[in-house]
Design a protein around this ligand. Structure first.
Ligand SMILES: Cc1ncc(COP(=O)(O)O)c(C=O)c1O
Length: 429
């Protein structure tokens, strides 16, 4: 761990080390104090441009006054009622808002991404009366035991833990094609292997409840598949009567330009998982589907905090704000600008092997001269970024992700990218 930037940070980190579970992994000693828009201030008063948004959560911006007002107004009335056992307006408003944005007419509310995935797994199993699942290499769907069974990102996350039966297929990671093929000549063989290999040799479609897929892989390395990939998954699900679950937890809420990232691919899943940005900073998850699928009877699934009134009020305010401000279009525009600047850097710094993204979900993959992954350099740049005054996070084996608040301005992005280039220069020196 590098030296904290001041005494106050050091005191808090020392105390944190005394009390917090050792399973948390922090890349550098940022101790946050407050934030506004896309700028975070630490407890020393230093300002950072935020390329992380609290792990793709603060899409509507930090301290958004519209969201803060909605939370305060709800707090004055009642914070929590145990919505799964009673009725209240804020979660119903949220359900209706989600219906108008997605055209799914049923929603189950929960508190996190992993819980929305658990709910999707249970619904798929309940509806099909089958227990097996298909997911993808590099995917991340959460850390509770059901979602962890799907997750296939880092072995540390899985070792020593039991699993549901999940078979993993190759995702369309075209920069490092797992089948050593070239797009488009490959004919999307990675997806087709589900049919030609998995369904023939390993797992019968008649025993498969669902194929669970991220529209854009997040924790696995911000991997954007070609448009045909999801269309092929959809076709396979239709041909074999298997449900398709889209995990929109990281990519959803206009991060990629459209409300659901799957819209970019012209594909409609049977079940959708959302969380992160949905709660605008409060814990909230949602599992969406249609009434023909989500027709499980009362008592089949429930919780205590789902539909929490503060989280629901925050969510409705944030969704309305993001829609009115057209943050989806802004994400596309600003994402294009950031990608262009990163590609200019790529032509100057051969350590950048790939720049890829959709909207404001952008990944930069670092390589060694022989083209292999370079996690050491990647980690160094993340730390140097902190010293320069930007908040960055890694993902995948050798990738830095850019997932800023969708309210970031072009000026802020440019200042942040200048700092990123300075960090890169220092790291490669
Ligand atoms: C695609 C995806 N699904 C699920 C999760 C789990 O969400 P949570 O950490 O809220 O449980 C994440 C978290 O990063 C994610 O990126």
């Amino acid at each position: 761990m590098i030296e904290p930037p001041g005494q106050r940070s050091k005191e808090i980190i020392d105390c944190d080390c005394d009390v917090m579970s050792a399973c948390l992994a922090r890349p550098y000693p940022l101790v946050v104090d407050r934030a506004e828009g896309s700028v975070i201030t630490d407890v020393e008063g230093r300002e950072y441009i935020d390329f992380v948004a609290g792990i793709a959560v603060m899409n509507a911006g930090h301290s958004n006054p519209v969201v803060s007002l909605a939370i305060s107004a709800q707090l004055e009335k009642i914070a929590h009622c145990g919505f799964p056992d009673f009725y209240a307006e804020p979660p119903v408003k949220l359900g209706k808002k989600l219906e108008s944005l997605t055209r799914y007419d049923r929603v189950f509310l929960c508190n996190s991404g992993t819980e929305s995935v658990e709910a999707a797994i249970k619904l798929a199993m309940w509806k099909t009366n089958r227990q097996n699942l298909i997911a993808f290499y590099n995917c991340f769907h959460g850390r509770t035991l059901g979602s962890l069974s799907l997750t296939c990102s880092k072995i540390r996350q899985k070792e020593h833990f039991p699993s549901l039966r999940v078979v993993h297929a190759h995702y369309a990671y075209c920069y490092r094609c797992p089948l050593n093929l070239e797009y488009p000549d490959c004919g999307i063989s990675c997806a087709r292997e589900i049919e030609s290999l998995i369904f023939k040799r390993e797992l019968s479609p008649d025993d498969t409840a669902a194929i669970v897929v991220e529209p854009v892989q997040g924790e696995g390395g911000y991997i954007v598949p070609p448009i045909e990939f999801h269309k092929e998954i959809r076709r396979i699900c239709d041909d074999h009567n298997v449900l398709m679950v889209a995990d929109e937890v990281q990519a959803g809420c206009w991060r990629t330009g459209t409300f659901m990232a799957m819209e970019n691919f012209g594909v409609r899943a049977d079940i959708v998982c959302m969380a992160k940005a949905l709660g605008a900073g409060l814990p909230l998850g949602a599992m969406l589907s249609d009434h023909e699928i989500m027709d499980w009877p009362p008592g089949t699934h429930s919780n205590t905090f789902g539909g929490n009134l503060l989280a629901s009020a925050a969510s409705v305010a944030a969704l309305e704000y993001m829609e009115e401000e057209k943050l989806g279009s802004h994400a596309k525009e600003l994402g294009g600008h950031i990608m262009q600047r990163l590609r200019e850097m790529q032509s100057e710094y051969p350590v950048i092997g790939d720049v890829r993204g959709l909207g404001l979900m952008i990944g930069v993959e670092f390589i060694k001269p022989d083209g292999s992954i370079n996690p050491g350099l990647r980690d160094k740049i993340v730390v140097e970024g902190f010293r320069e005054g930007i908040v960055l996070l890694s993902c995948g084996d050798s990738v830095i992700r850019f997932s800023p608040p969708l309210v970031m301005t072009r000026e802020e992005a440019d200042t942040g990218l200048d700092r990123f280039e300075a960090a890169l220069k220092r790291a490669v020196k």
